[in-house]
Design a protein around this ligand. Structure first.
Ligand SMILES: [Zn+2]
Length: 275
């Protein structure tokens, strides 16, 4: 081989290897953290008026639970068993979780398992006593008490290793399609108060999950964006925050589509589709 051919061969090999490495990093999403974050701005929705309403029922979707916003011992969500199992889950999430689980079974030839879902205040106390404060949240500070959180794994890939699996990558990239968010993302530990947990999914429903994923937010940042009496648009949704004693629906919103959720900070979130 001439010297020139050798140099060309080495150069081509280097380019191919670099391209493969870049492709791998892109596919795993490792590049994402180097990209500048998209500024979180929602378009304002200007209603000509807003009508006062007393909600007949609330969904739990946007309840905030963290070290600053705790749940009392008496907080008891609506819990059912998932499909034909003895796994307790919030009624609000069983369908969404089922869809995610079905997708993985039918399209990825793998099975998503649940290691933990609903934990009562007393169970959380027991976990805290057993595992200590480095791993477990104090009772009242765990959103597992809401029934809206699921810890998941696949065979051979549990805990921090979950993200190394194909399913783990899919779940972390696409769980918003099912109404879930990665509640404790990497790099936001100072906001959430928790280490990165690629296995902990939290249901917040639509369109909140899509917004949180699109703008790379935590639930704290998302809820913190809103101010009482201001309405915002996202796709064909209108979203706003009201104080608990002054709940309103703005004009131009389809009344039948409207949902209400308390946020555990003294506010009620109101959202629905543009009529
Ligand atoms: Zn968890």
């Amino acid at each position: 081989m001439s010297k020139k051919t050798k140099i060309i061969a080495i150069a081509v090999t280097a380019v191919v290897l670099l391209a493969l490495a870049a492709g791998y990093l892109y596919w795993t999403g490792a590049f994402d953290k180097f990209l500048p974050r998209k500024a979180f701005v929602l378009e304002e929705y200007h209603a000509s008026d807003a009508a006062a309403i007393e909600p007949e029922e609330y969904v739990p979707d946007l309840i905030l639970v963290n070290k600053q916003h705790t749940l009392s011992e008496d907080y008891e969500p609506d819990i059912v068993f998932y499909r034909d199992t003895d796994v307790p889950m919030g009624r609000a999430i069983v369908d969404a979780y089922g869809e995610l689980s079905d997708y993985i079974r039918n399209n990825m030839n793998d099975r998503l398992f649940v290691s933990s879902t609903y934990r009562s205040y007393d169970e959380q106390q027991r976990v805290f006593d057993e595992e200590g404060s480095d791993v477990a949240a104090l009772p009242g500070e765990s959103e597992h008490q809401t029934g809206l959180a699921v810890d998941v794994y696949v065979k051979n890939f549990a805990g921090k290793g979950f993200i190394q699996s194909k399913v783990g990558m899919y779940v972390n990239k696409s769980c918003q399609d099912y109404g879930f968010i990665i509640r404790y993302p990497e790099g936001k530990e100072d906001i959430t108060g928790f280490e990165y947990e690629p296995w902990h999914l939290r249901y917040v429903g639509h369109p909140h999950a899509e917004i949180i994923a699109e703008y790379d937010l935590t639930l704290e940042e998302y809820l913190g964006y809103f101010a009482a009496g201001k309405w915002y648009k996202y796709g064909d949704y209108v979203i706003g925050m009201c104080s608990e004693d002054d709940i309103k629906i703005p004009t131009g919103v389809d009344q039948d589509s409207v949902k209400f959720s308390k946020d555990n900070r003294g506010n009620v979130f109101v959202w629905g589709k543009i009529a």
